[in-house]
Every structure is written in C-alpha cells, then in structure tokens.
Design a binder for this molecule. Structure first.
Ligand SMILES: Cc1ncc(C[n+]2csc(CCOP(=O)(O)OP(=O)(O)O)c2C)c(N)n1
Ligand SMILES: [Mg+2]
Length: 731
C-alpha cells in the first residue's frame, strides 16, 4: 500500500518506482517530471475514491455521492500552485483532488462518506464532499451553491487587516478572543471555487465586485463543466462565457484554460496565484472541464444529454489524457502506470475497509456545538458605574460601539452609510461633519478609529453578512449593520445557512461570532410596509444564533457590550422608535457594563397578572399597566425579556406561578410571531398554575400600513394592552 506523506504532492512511493526518465531536467510550465507523476497519482486517487464511493452507495453503506470526476486536473493543479495550511481554501463539492493535494487522506474522505465521528469536516453531520479541515485551512463548506464566495472575500479582508494590525491577533482572555487563535502571513491567498451554474448567483457578482474594488488576494476558480445539473451554460450565462463578461472588472487577472489539461491548468493557476500573492488584486481561473459521472448519483444525464455529446466529453477525460501525456513524454511507461494505479487501488481499498468500521457519532452528541461550549453569554455580567446625564438609546449604542472598539482592535464596523464619510479627505480638511449611519448610531466611529475599521459597504445585504461570516471565521469581530430590518432578506441566506450553522456543521472546528446590528420595528407614523417590519422569530428560529431585542438605553448598552464579547453570532435588534424616545433614557453605565443574555427584567412587579414582552411593546404595556392599576386596582407584573435567544424561562415561570394570569405581547403578527412559542410553552408546562387562558396581544396578520389610522389598527397599542388586561383580570 502506498503511504500518504505529510505533503501528498511529493509522494515518494511513485517516485521511487519511477523510471530514470523522471530524472531528466525538463520541466513543464515549471513542473518537474516527478511532480507530474505525483499529480497523476493524486488525480487517479481522486477518481478511484469517487468510484469506491459509488460502490459503497450501491451497497447502501453510504447515503449520498457526488463526484469530482472530470475536474481532477484543474483542482490538483490549483493544489500544486497554492500552499497548504498557509493559504485559505473555500472549495466546493467537486474539489476532491484539490483536498487530496492539500493533504486530506483517503480515510478522512471516506469517513465523510460513511458519516463517521472521525470525519474531520463535520463528524457525520454533513453530506460527503462538503469539505472542511481545520489544520489544512479548508473552511467548512455547505450545500447552498455560492455562499462561499463572499466568505472568501471576508477571509481575505481579515488576512489583510491582521497584517496591518498585528497586535489585534493577540490572544486575550475574558471574551471570545480567548478561544479564537489567529494566524496570518501577510501574503496568503484565499482560494474559492464554484461551478459555471453558480456564477449566476448574485453573490458571485457581489464577491467579484468587492474583491476587485478592494484589490483582495482572492483566487476565484470557476470549474466550467458546461452544466448545472441539466441546465446548460448558455442558459446560465449571457453569451455562454463568464470570463468574457468579467473582462472589464478592474484589478482582475483572468486566466482561461483547458481544465482537463494539468499542465495548462497549472500554468493558469500559477499565474493567478502570483498575481494575488503580490498584491495586485484577485484572479479568475476559468477552467473548462467535463462531468463524466452525471451531476450526482441521483441524476441520470442520459435524460438530457445525447450520446454524441457525452462521447465528445469522454475524449477529454483528464485521467486518460494525463496517462497518454506521461507515456508520450516518456515519464512513465505503461507498466509503471499500471503499478502506480495498482498501489492507489490498494490504498483506496485499505482506507475503505477501515472507514466502513469507523466509529459513528453518538446520538446524544446532537446538541454539541450548537453554541460555544467555551463561553456562555449568560455568564457575562458586570455592574454599571453611572456617569453624566441621561442619554438616549442611540447615544448609548454609539457609546458601547466606541467602548468596544477601544478595548478590542479586532472589531470592524461596516454596512450601508455607517462611515462618517467614505471620501476621508473631506473629513481631514474639515469640510464636512460626517454622517455615521442613517440613524447616526455609528457617528464618529470612523473619525475615532480610522477608515480601515469603519467603512461603508456596497448596497448589498448578502455582501455585508457574507463578508462578516468570512471575517469572523478568520478571527475578526465584525459588527456589521443592516440599515433596515425590512431589507435583510438578501442576507437571510447567509444568516440561516451559514452564520448560525457553521459551528454545528463543522463539529466545532469553525465558528463565526459576528454581530449583526439591525434597525427594526414600527410605530413610526408613516413607516409603512418597508420601514416597519418585525419578524424576530425568523432569527430565533435558527439554532446557533443569539438574538437581543432591548427596550431601553441602559439594556441596549449593556447587551451590546455582551454581544460583542460573545463567542456566538448575535443578531442585535434595535427598535428604531426607541432610539430617541424619552422613555428608558439612562446615564452612561461605563465601558464594562454587561447585561447577561437570558436574564429578563421585571420592569414592574405585580400580583394579579403577568405581561411577558420586549422591545417597543414594553413602554406601551407599562402605560397600560399603570392605568389599570390606577383605575381598577389591578396589579400587573411586567417582564421585559431583553434577549429572545436565550430567553429567561425561569423569570416567566416564576411570574406566572405568582399571578396565574398571563398575556404574551409582541409587535410581530399574532400568528406565528415570537410570542406564540412562549404562549405554547406556558400552556404546556404551567397549565396547573393558570386560572385563565394564555392571552396574546400582537399585530394583526397583515403588513404595517402608511396611513396612521391604519398603522394604529395594525400594531398593538397601549389601549389594546389595557383591554386585554381588563378582560383577563375579570376572567
Ligand atoms: C443555492 C442553491 N440552489 C440550488 C441548489 C441545488 N443544486 C446543487 S448543485 C446544483 C448545480 C450546480 O451547478 P454548477 O455550479 O455548474 O456546478 P457543477 O455541479 O456543475 O459542478 C444545483 C442547482 C443548491 N445546492 N444551492
Ligand atoms: Mg457546472
């Protein structure tokens, strides 16, 4: 059996057996004859692993198969052009040969296929070929095509940032930095690949746009096999060639090559890597490859591709082409090729036998790595040290951002309009005051901390969150802003499928504890549909994501300090109506004031009924509670949850046990809103403590309208809360 060495690109076994002709000095685009043998070995190994998986799938020993067949020459070439465990990698599912070239072993790959606990990518949580390997800087990959592209951009930005701020990389105790080691070299390249179909995703263009604009060292590899499942490339791409379309992107080196030819692919990749590594900007390698094994084992391409077309492809099979090339160049003869292949076949067999007996994960491990096991944000707490006059929520969020940026050099703040002024010369010449956010929440941050820490993004929400995910994975602390909750949806894909799940799907090998600040909510008088939405439940619905929704200035400040120090990703929902409200102002509580997550606050104590709420409903419920106490002597206990995940079940249960009557109030639509879950749990677990049905007060099941008469009819008002309290007290 062949032994896989630390660097598989220099595999001794094949070389020892190679003929004297490999000792010739002739090189091919810089590749020695020995390297070409190694390349062939990896390509053949990759193909045989696919073949082995197909057998295992037919035997029902694995549950899914998708192959890298036809892509081996291009991806091995990329592996040879880049530095393993030095550069960073965001590969897609066809990149088996790349991962082998970087040092993944056949056993590790087959552990993915059987779903073993030893699978280094996910411990049996993801499908095979969803690559991930912490030691090799292969970042956990998911199934959605294209999400990796923006993350690769963020990863490259983080590398550049740490090079310019080396002190920021230091380990610090007491917050997420204790658990997030940072490595950087100053000239590392970030590899990211995708198929031709995936270039149709907006995220591809958003990633290209930012990589080119910022001159980032990202090597984009488009593995163009002419199809996305059954859809041919001319349907995907105007004119049929993505590299043609990209010709005018500045700073972008474009290399188009025959991706079934390893030497041509290596030449293209080498030039691309050189361009990126020397700081000239990103590169695109557009490689034309084939897809001999249908899309996956669940697809039969004979249904949409005629035999003639398939035979044309078969003539370009990179494995056969490479064999012929080695023989033609007198690098290996047929016997030697047979010997090499036999040794690979044996290696695959041994790895496969071992993987078939690899330990599966235990069923009770399912809750591991949903959240950080190292730092529980429920334990982050410290007392306020008040100073100065009362401040608004907007003031104290701004202060908290400044506090944290001072304390932690890993923080970068970005989003739409968050900078004081992108054209910083205007600031320097004192021609203008600066903007700092449409709500002015980030005002002064750029002036205080510089344009590389506080900057505007393009008007593209997926771009903001996708980059934040990449940055946070690499060790930065992005505190990104989504200007209006109503426009978060292009970013929801990154939030739901990436931000919240990276820790779990990588079995704890990767994490991305970014903070996403979002201006949310209605009661604006004229906000209408697209400036008034709530919908926090769509975020609490995602395991792995922490969600805050403060109702007053002091909590917003304390919770934001905690959110930024937290080791989990946090959605920080800021109610626009509360930003400058008189209600809930507070003196500045000091730079270290932290409100722990999952700790509700009793805004008002009472004995007759409980109201469980949060956000902008808190002041409305308080108004109603004071009125009913004054007018009818009903004593209401008002609980402000403050954080929605985790939430304080103990506080809810204690209050309901005391009063036996409860209203759950929230600004979102009544049906399916966040409070629906709370109400269900109360009914389930506290049934015997109740003297009345669990009531909900919430918005109507409509959108929020512009005309104030309509808005008042739609959103829950103090009057609605008063009426609900009155009827519940009488029940
Ligand atoms: C966002 C998203 N949409 C749809 C799918 C289902 N899907 C999986 S692979 C694929 C085709 C991808 O084609 P291409 O990018 O050309 O890569 P190839 O498989 O041809 O290498 C589709 C539609 C998906 N995984 N993700
Ligand atoms: Mg394709």
């Amino acid at each position: 059996m062949a032994v896989t060495k630390a660097d598989p690109r220099k595999n001794a076994t094949a070389l020892e057996e190679a003929p004297s002709s490999t000792k010739s000095d002739k090189t091919y685009e810089g590749l020695t004859r020995k390297q070409l043998v190694d390349m062939y070995r990896l390509m053949y190994l990759s193909r045989r692993l696919d073949d082995r998986e197909i057998v295992l799938k037919r035997l029902q020993k694995i549950f899914f198969q998708i192959s890298g067949a036809g892509h081996e020459a291009l991806t091995v070439a990329a592996g040879f052009a880049l530095k393993p465990s030095y550069d960073w990698f965001y590969p897609y599912y066809r990149d088996r040969a790349l991962c082998l070239a970087l040092g993944m072993t056949p056993y590790e790959m087959l552990c993915e296929a059987v779903g073993s606990a030893d699978d280094p990518a996910s411990g049996g949580r993801q499908m095979p070929s969803h690559w991930g390997h912490k030691k090799l800087n292969i970042v956990t990959q998911s199934s959605p095509t294209g999400t990796q592209l923006l993350q690769a951009v963020g990863c490259a930005e983080a590398g550049r940032y740490f090079t310019q701020h080396p002190d920021a990389a230091q380990r610090k105790t007491g917050d997420y930095r204790q658990f997030k080691d940072v490595t950087f070299h100053g000239d590392e390249v970030v590899y990211v690949s995708c198929g031709d179909g995936t270039t149709s995703e907006g995220e591809f263009w958003e990633a290209m746009n930012t990589a080119c604009n910022e001159k980032l060292p990202v090597m984009f590899v488009v593995e163009d096999n002419g199809y996305a499942i059954s859809v041919p490339v001319e349907v995907q791409t105007a004119g049929g060639s993505v590299s043609q379309l990209l010709r005018n992107f500045p700073n972008l080196l474009i290399e188009e090559c025959d991706g079934t030819d390893p030497v041509a692919s290596y030449a293209a990749c080498k030039r691309a890597v050189e361009h990126c590594r020397s700081g000239n900007g990103p590169a695109l390698v557009h490689g034309h490859v084939i897809r001999p094994y249908s899309h996956s084992l669940s697809d039969d391409e004979k249904l949409y591709r005629p035999e003639s077309e398939r035979q044309q492809d078969a003539k370009r099979d990179p494995i056969t082409r490479m064999q012929l090339f080695l023989v033609r160049e007198n690098i290996l003869n047929e016997d030697e090729i047979n010997k090499l292949e036999k040794s690979v076949d044996e290696e695959v067999q041994v790895a496969s036998d071992r993987a078939e007996h690899a330990t599966p994960p235990t069923a009770d491990s399912i809750y591991n790595h949903v959240y950080s096991a190292d730092l529980d944000p429920r334990t982050l707490v410290s007392e306020p040290k008040f100073e100065g006059p009362d401040k608004t929520m907007a003031d104290l969020i701004n202060a908290a951002l400044k506090d944290e940026m001072k304390r932690d050099e890993r923080i970068v703040v970005f989003g739409e309009d968050v900078a004081d002024c992108s054209r910083e010369e205007y600031l320097k010449q004192k021609q203008i005051k600066g903007k700092g956010g449409v709500f002015k929440l980030t005002a002064g941050l750029q002036c205080d901390y510089g344009s590389d820490r506080v900057f505007n993004s393009p008007l593209a929400e997926a771009n903001i969150v996708g980059r934040a995910v990449g940055m946070a994975t690499r060790g930065l602390k992005p505190v990104a802003e989504i200007q209006f909750f109503d426009y978060i949806w292009p970013a929801y894909h990154q939030i739901r499928n990436e931000l919240s799940v990276i820790r779990w799907r990588s079995n704890g090998n990767f994490s991305c504890p970014a903070v996403i600040r979002v201006a949310i909510g209605g009661y604006l008088t004229g906000g209408a549909i697209y400036h008034s939405q709530c919908g926090e439940v769509l975020f609490t619905h995602n395991p792995g994501l922490r969600v805050c929704f403060p109702s007053n200035a002091l909590d917003a400040c304390g919770l934001l300090h905690t959110a930024i120090r937290c080791d989990d990703p946090v959605m920080f929902l800021e109610h626009k109506r509360l930003y400058r409200e008189t209600y809930g102002r507070s003196p500045y509580p000091g730079p270290d004031y932290m409100v722990p997550f999952g700790k509700a606050k009793a805004v008002k104590e009472g004995n007759d009924l409980s109201v469980i709420t949060y956000g902008a409903v808190v002041p409305r419920a308080l108004q109603a509670a004071q009125r009913i106490e004054r007018e009818q002597g009903v004593s209401v206990e008002l609980i402000d949850l403050r954080t929605l995940n985790p939430y304080d079940w103990e506080a809810i249960a204690t209050s309901v046990r005391k009063t036996s009557r409860v209203i759950v109030a929230y600004e979102d639509t009544l049906s399916w809103g966040y409070g629906a879950e709370i109400a269900a749990r109360i009914a389930d677990e506290l049934f015997e403590d109740l003297d009345a049905p669990v009531k909900r007060v919430a918005a109507t099941d409509t959108f929020v309208a512009y005309q104030p008469v309509l808005e008042d009819a739609i959103l829950p008002l103090a009057e609605d809360l008063f009426k609900a309290m009155e009827s519940l007290a009488k029940f």
